[in-house]
Design a protein around this ligand. Structure first.
Ligand code: ADP
Ligand code: F6P
Length: 483
């Protein structure tokens, strides 16, 4: 029977070693959390990195890593520290990530990063080829593996290959600055179907293909000498039921079942019943606009001092890519901003910001989603932003207000949210005030519409649509051969 082979840089499970024992935790990030439900339900295997450098896995535990991964239908690709430096911290996160998010000043062009990226992409492709059988569908994910589709195609010319990009694809004017632009496009074009979250990213990609490689592009099809490649947009959804159910269960918790975090949140609600909680939740990444968010919050408190002691920003920043200098600088900047704002506004009984720099278990995320009256998400650029969707899915009584950056892919489908420009602090401050004053009926009306859409276009539907479209590319092939 044919199967689906999923390939992404990271597996949905992160393996660590504590006291000579393997510890398995779920990976953080939209790709892993979103795709996990599709993987669980379907007949698929998932190939990716376990999250640890190969040298740090003691010899006697290597087999255990394989077994742990296998229990979850996963296959771990081992990467050495050097490969992680050049491929992951290097080309993926110092070249492609900043460039594709329009942070050109952060983009580095380094030959060694590029050479390592090619080598590691080859490693992933070889792992896929080891498990590939005729009739299987191969689904390659994200910007860390842009060359993999063509590397597979070279050895399995008839394979059915899909590629999905989870981050923005930049405009031609930005993409063309990449020294390896031709190789990158040729790598992706090894796929039969290429998917993006939004129509804009799709258009930018098609424009780069036609202007850089001069291939014929008709509407959303690219004609290569030997094949037709289809490009389309598939906005990724969430496992709606999982979040809805978790929220409903959360409300059934007795006092003893409650987490320490929830008790603190409850205490806040009890002691300051007319104060509101604003949620800020992301990986600590410069694309997420966390520093802007803090500055806008400060601007809000300066502009509307009547909200002092009536509001608290609960900010969870999950450590991410901490070997990259920009992430280290951002961490320092955020520490300073939080300290400064808390110092400036705190009273003896109140601090405006609660700041957590750590990863939290799923239950705590649900505590935060369900307890916060407002979610303030202000990315400067974001491929999608699943946190926005998760927040809405957990609002089972339909209250709550989402303030979302118009630069997030999710904004295209979430018109009923309060959309803001993350660089306009005055607009953010005014929108926060609007959120504070929004009647419950209006919140319910907006959220019901958002929820209906999110429920319908869940991650399951997203994956089904992509796979259906991928299967349809077989017809394209036959049509091409008949030409
Ligand atoms: P990105 O993929 O850029 O990290 P998204 O908002 O699309 O951004 O996805 C983030 C995902 O990571 C969400 O599914 C969210 O639930 C998950 N997540 C965020 N913070 C945590 C955390 N502290 N612990 C576990 N999962 C988290
Ligand atoms: O969604 C974008 C993304 O880069 C995913 O590819 C990745 O899984 C996630 O964010 C988290 O990043 P990282 O794997 O670098 O920790």
């Amino acid at each position: 029977m044919s199967k689906t082979i999923i390939i992404s840089n990271r597996l949905p499970l992160q393996i660590n070693i504590e006291n000579d024992q393997l510890e398995v935790t779920p990976s953080v990030g939209g790709l892993a959390t979103g795709l996990k439900s599709f993987h669980k339900e379907g007949d698929s295997i998932w190939i990716g990195w376990s999250g640890m450098p190969e040298e740090e896995i003691p010899g006697h535990l290597i087999e255990d890593v394989k077994v742990k991964a296998k229990e979850e239908d996963c296959i771990a690709v081992n990467l050495t520290s050097e490969e992680i430096d050049g491929f992951y911290y290097g080309f993926s996160n110092r070249t492609v990530w900043p460039l594709f998010h329009y942070f050109m000043e952060y983009t580095e062009s380094d030959d060694w990063y590029w050479e390592t990226y090619k080598k590691v992409n080859q490693k992933y492709a070889e792992e896929v080829l080891k498990h590939y059988e005729e009739g299987d569908h191969i689904w390659v994910h994200d910007y860390q593996l842009l060359l993999v589709p063509n590397m597979i195609r070279e050895h399995a010319p008839d394979a059915i290959i899909g590629f999905f990009n989870h981050i923005p694809f930049p405009s031609y004017e930005v993409f063309r600055t990449l020294p390896w632009r031709e190789e990158v496009l040729e790598g992706v074009l090894g796929a039969d179907l290429i998917g993006f979250h939004t129509y804009d990213y799709e258009r930018h990609f098609l424009s780069s293909v036609s202007r850089i490689l001069r291939h014929q592009v008709d509407f959303n099809e690219i004609t290569l000498p030997d094949r037709i490649v289809k490009v389309d947009s598939f906005p990724m959804g969430i496992d709606y039921e999982k979040f809805e159910k978790a929220a409903l269960n959360h409300f059934k918790n007795t006092a003893e079942d409650k987490s320490e975090l929830q008790r603190r949140l409850d205490h806040h609600l009890k002691t300051t019943p007319d104060a509101k909680l604003i949620l800020s939740l992301d990986r600590l990444d410069y694309t997420k606009g966390i520093a802007n968010r803090l500055r806008a919050f400060e601007f809000f408190l300066d502009k509307y001092p009547e909200f002092i002691e009536k509001v608290r920003l609960v900010m969870l920043a999950v450590p991410s890519r901490s070997n990259v200098p920009q992430y280290q600088r951002l961490k320092r900047e955020i520490d300073e901003l939080v300290g400064r704002i808390n110092g400036k506004f705190s009273t003896v009984s109140w601090t405006p910001i609660w700041y957590f720099y750590r990863s939290m278990p799923f239950e705590n995320l649900v505590d935060l989603y369900t307890s916060c009256d407002i979610a303030l998400l202000t990315p400067i650029r974001d491929g999608m932003n699943l946190v926005a969707k998760e927040y809405i899915a957990t609002r089972t009584d339909h209250t709550g207000i989402l303030i979302l950056s118009e630069m997030a892919g999710a904004a295209h489908e979430m018109n009923e949210a309060l959309l803001i420009n993350p660089n306009n602090f005055d607009q953010i401050a005014r929108t926060l005030k609007q959120a504070f004053e929004m009647p419950k009926e209006e919140q319910i009306e907006r959220n019901k519409m958002l929820q209906k859409r999110l429920k319908r276009y869940s991650v399951e539907k997203w994956a089904q649509d992509f796979m259906k479209s991928l299967r349809n590319t077989e017809d394209n092939r036959q049509a091409f051969e008949a030409m």
